[in-house]
Design a binder for this molecule. Structure first.
Ligand SMILES: [Zn+2]
Length: 332
């Protein structure tokens, strides 16, 4: 028996003897799940469902799942592009997101969606918005799964440089995939800044969803005001649904939960220090892209911007993600 366990047992015994609840000493799975549910309130229930719902399905809040996407059926995935900030545009599909940041020297795209939709949504979307797809200089890939990197090769062929973490470049290069792979351009490192013309973004390696998930801080402009957007690069707990690709003797499920929780906590601190008050995701249901785009269309002059959720909400979002991950490795 280890010393720490002995003192823990002793502390628990003392807590009982003076009438304190045991949860004050050792957070249980229930404690973390409750903390996540409290943080999720009504606006982050989809994030809660995807993360905590994998730990305990009975807690799932939303009963309507996302509409299935069928590559051959454009109506099942197509969405119109939208200007969201003065320098940020949505060019993704109905569920999987791609964002375009305009600068004085060209465009930075965040995530490249699928190979079947990149031409229609990103290339076609930029054109529809009056922007030139050939001026995309960088494409930052949040992580190397097909729903975010599938279209990267098409954008690389247009002249853009693809940015991804070393771990996810490695993963992609090893993976057997059905889409064309981009070749390795730029390896993102933790805390790296990427400057294009008048705009600088910051990239942070936040392992969890994959070993090399990149979460970004992106300055966005609304009239005379610059806000900071926090872009959480990977959301679901893949190792719960598909352990074969994740869980190994060196990396058991607890490794993934703990790594994810630490990344969420760390990125939350980084975002807070940068006063991040806008939340962006690579899936429209986590940041509620569509209700916000709709609200934006009827926004009155001087009214608050629907994507500016405030710094406490950004922290709450990341705290839902962190608490659900902590629940995953806590004793039930
Ligand atoms: Zn993914």
């Amino acid at each position: 028996m280890s010393t720490s366990w002995t003192s823990l047992t002793l502390a628990a015994a003392m807590a009982v003897s003076i009438g304190l609840p045991l949860t004050a000493q050792v957070p249980t799975q229930d404690t973390h799940l409750q903390a996540a549910r409290d943080a999720a309130r009504d606006d982050f229930t989809d994030l809660f469902d995807t993360t905590c719902g994998l730990i305990r399905p009975a807690l799932i809040v939303n009963t309507t799942p996302a509409a299935p996407t069928v590559a051959a059926d454009r109506a099942s995935w197509h969405a119109e592009p939208a200007r969201v900030f003065d320098n940020l545009y949505y060019v993704g599909q109905s569920e999987y997101s791609a964002w375009a940041l305009t600068t004085s020297e060209g465009i930075i795209v965040f995530d490249a969606i699928f190979d079947y939709s990149v031409q229609d949504e990103v290339v076609g979307g930029l054109t529809k918005l009056g922007l030139d797809p050939k001026t995309v200089r960088y494409v930052v890939i949040s992580h190397g799964h097909g729903d975010h990197v599938g279209g990267a090769k098409a954008l690389q062929d247009l002249g853009a440089q693809i940015v991804m973490s070393a771990a996810d470049w490695d993963m992609l290069e090893r993976a057997r995939v059905t889409f064309p792979k981009p070749t390795r351009d730029i390896v993102a490192t933790d805390g790296q800044t990427l400057t294009l013309g008048d705009t600088t973004i910051t990239l942070h390696i936040t392992p969890g969803h994959t070993l090399g998930t990149v979460s970004s801080l992106i300055p966005v402009k609304d009239g005379g005001t610059t806000h900071m957007a926090a872009y959480w690069g990977g959301t679901a707990f893949n190792w719960v649904r598909g352990p074969a690709n994740y869980v190994t003797p060196e990396r058991p499920a607890s490794f993934w939960f703990d790594t994810y929780a630490q990344s969420a906590a760390r990125f939350s601190g980084i975002a807070a220090r940068q006063n991040a008050d806008v939340l962006l995701s690579n899936h429209t249901r986590y940041d509620r892209t569509w209700p916000k785009v709709q609200a934006l269309a009827s926004r009155a002059a001087g009214a608050p911007h629907p994507f500016v959720v405030g710094t406490p909400a950004v922290r709450r979002f990341l705290s839902v993600a962190e608490s659900c991950a902590r629940a995953g490795s806590a004793v039930p």
